[in-house]
Design a protein around this ligand. Structure first.
Ligand SMILES: C[S@@+](CC[C@H](N)C(=O)[O-])C[C@H]1O[C@@H](n2cnc3c(N)ncnc32)[C@H](O)[C@@H]1O
Length: 286
């Protein structure tokens, strides 16, 4: 049965971004590349407009802070899209390279950053093992069809003690069924969620962004995410469920919503057996 709802109506800006769950659908390298190629221009324009304050004033800074001091580090941004987070990292002094499966996204990213069109599930033909000090992925892993292979492939690219700092949509507040119960004035009373263990891809139509477009994303419960992380050989340094800063809420009162429930989940991972030396990762040679 088809069901429609917001991709993240946790994000006020996306309240009219409709998701349609309609049973089996293609969710593989080919279909994902094609979908994001078609989405790329609208997605990049929507971001460039600056109206996505959830990104700019909330989860983007929280993700960047979790990365810490990246000056001089060789950094790989996985699923970089048109390069928003890659540029953030470069601005903080990293030697940043982005990769994304969509050639159109890469063309847009390359207007301002170094980026390459690659499937993150297989990076070995593009980079030598242990080429990077740190990897990042900003809200992209849930959009990738082979998450375990992506974690493995990123692990292989990291030097000993290298970190992978990634953010995803929080699976607990973004399962296949999700709807706000509202009072007579339309105010949010509580969030109703269901079907948390119903794994699999869903299709989203982004109606509020320039030129409506459709993409796919995978829902997986927390046990799957932690299973992939550990199976790929990572250890977990920390996990964060960020909340907006008071100053951000003051500027954007709608962000208050995100103080009630965890909308995003951030992992700080390190290649296994190296927790000890990861707290103060080596800097690349100056
Ligand atoms: C929601 S966008 C996020 C882009 C960017 N990180 C940002 O914050 O704007 C998800 C991105 O993941 C990319 N992607 C999906 N599957 C991928 C894969 N297997 N390898 C690399 N990139 C992939 C898509 O092309 C898309 O650009």
């Amino acid at each position: 049965m088809a069901q429609m709802r917001a991709r993240t109506d946790n994000n006020e800006l996306m309240q009219n971004t409709l998701a349609v769950t309609c049973g089996p659908m293609a969710f593989d390298t080919h279909s994902v590349r094609e979908a994001w190629d078609l989405a790329a221009d609208g997605y990049a324009q929507g971001q460039a407009s600056g109206r996505d304050y959830y990104r700019y004033e909330f989860f983007g800074p929280a993700h960047a802070d979790l990365c810490g001091d990246v000056r001089g580090r060789r950094l790989l941004d996985v699923g970089c899209g048109s390069g928003y987070f890659t540029r953030e990292m470069a601005a903080r002094g990293a030697q940043a390279t982005g990769v994304d499966i969509s050639p159109r996204m890469i063309a847009l990213a390359n207007e301002r950053e170094t980026a390459a069109a690659l499937d993150a599930a297989d990076l070995s033909h593009a980079f030598a093992p242990r080429s990077f000090d740190i990897a990042t992925s900003c809200l992209a892993l849930q959009d990738m069809p082979q998450p375990l292979n992506v974690f493995r492939s990123v692990h292989a690219m990291l030097r000993r003690g290298g970190r992978f700092v990634a953010s995803i949509e929080h699976p607990c507040t973004n399962p296949p069924f999700r709807a706000w119960e509202r009072d007579a004035h339309g105010r949010k009373r509580w969030l109703c969620i269901d079907r948390y263990f119903e794994r699999g891809p869903r299709e989203y139509t982004w109606t509020r962004w320039p030129g409506a477009f459709t993409t796919m994303a995978n829902h997986a419960p927390l046990e799957d995410w932690f299973g992939w992380i550990l199976e790929a050989g990572f250890q977990i340094r920390t996990v964060r469920e960020p909340r907006p800063q008071a100053s951000a809420i003051q500027a954007r009162p709608a962000l208050m919503d995100a103080t009630r429930l965890p909308y995003f989940l951030m992992f700080d991972l390190v290649t296994a057996g190296t927790c000890g030396d990861s707290a103060a990762p080596e800097r690349s040679a100056p």
